[in-house]
Design a protein around this ligand. Structure first.
Ligand SMILES: Nc1ncnc2c1ncn2[C@@H]1O[C@H](COP(=O)(O)OP(=O)(O)O)[C@@H](O)[C@H]1O
Ligand SMILES: [Mg+2]
Length: 271
């Protein structure tokens, strides 16, 4: 159970950390997201599940602007993503694309962790973590190092600072990737199947770091097939199928009493 369950941070009055309304996404002729509505409260953990190809990764990529959207709106912290609305004198609302710089500023508030860790192979664990703060944020080197050490300690890698990715297990590399994302002080963390590429015995250490992060109050959207994590850490579970939200709600409720046939079939296949 994440700390957020007990705090008023998830109350209805808070500005949602993420709000998505009527989101559509096409790849050419392929209609991948077919009208997604979604709300993520601050400090909560949303678990996204669904069959391969249902649009989970695309949805995450629309939240952090790795994809442009074809219809609908995405807000992070109440701020429209990728565009701004301009009220015309006649009352109509026109959409203006944000500049690359404005979009980069929005994206820098969102951390993302992928299935493949994508660490720089020629840099140590610490080097990977301090790269963006120094080169993107222009943070002072000493300060970035101190913060990097602190973050690597937080993910249990205080004794691996000078190891290169090739000298680390998959689970350790993924924990470095999480520390690297945290180094940019994100307000929201997106995880796309963070444990799917790991040997089974390494999955637990990564899930534990994610659970600790949730307990510290980080807002997280997690695509995973780890139903134990969904049940214990998730505040809401969203089942996607064919580019639509098929069923959503309290994870324990959805997992134990799925109401939709497609949810039942999917859960039977992964549990
Ligand atoms: N860049 C792309 N170009 C064309 N089709 C894509 C692209 N990315 C994803 N798709 C297609 O969109 C659908 C949803 O993909 P994805 O979001 O990766 O699903 P999931 O993460 O649920 O497995 C799939 O049919 C996939 O082949
Ligand atoms: Mg995917």
């Amino acid at each position: 159970m994440s700390a957020s369950n007990a705090t008023p941070a998830t109350s209805e009055s808070a500005v949602p950390k993420v709000r998505i309304a009527g989101l559509h996404k096409f790849f050419g002729e392929l209609h991948v997201l077919k009208g997604i509505d979604l709300t993520v409260q601050p400090g909560s953990v949303t678990v996204l599940v669904g069959p391969s190809g249902s649009g989970k990764s695309t949805l995450l990529r629309c939240i952090n602007e790795l994809e442009t959207i074809d219809a609908g709106r995405v807000w992070v912290d109440g701020e429209l993503i990728g565009m701004r609305e301009v009220q015309r004198p006649d009352g109509t609302v026109q959409l203006h694309a944000l500049t690359d710089k404005q979009r980069a500023a929005q994206r820098s508030k969102i951390g993302m962790v992928f299935q493949r860790f994508n660490l720089f192979p020629h840099m140590t664990a610490l080097g990977n973590v301090i790269e963006a703060p120094i080169h993107v944020r222009r943070m002072d080197k000493q300060q970035a190092r101190a913060r990097g050490v602190e973050l690597l300690e937080r993910v249990g890698l205080g004794d691996r600072l000078d190891h290169y990715p090739s000298q680390l297990s998959g689970g350790q590399q993924q924990r470095v990737a999480i520390a690297r994302a945290l180094a940019m002080d994100p307000e929201l963390m997106l995880f796309d199947e963070p444990t799917s590429a790991l040997d089974p015995e390494l999955v637990g250490e990564v899930l534990q770091v994610m659970q600790d992060l949730a307990a510290d109050g980080m807002t997280m959207v997690v695509v995973t097939h780890e139903m134990g994590f969904a049940r214990e850490v998730g505040d809401q579970l969203i089942f996607m199928d064919g580019g639509l939200v098929c069923e959503s709600g309290d994870p324990v409720q959805v997992l134990d009493h799925p109401t939709q046939e497609r949810t039942q079939a999917f859960l039977a296949s992964v549990l």
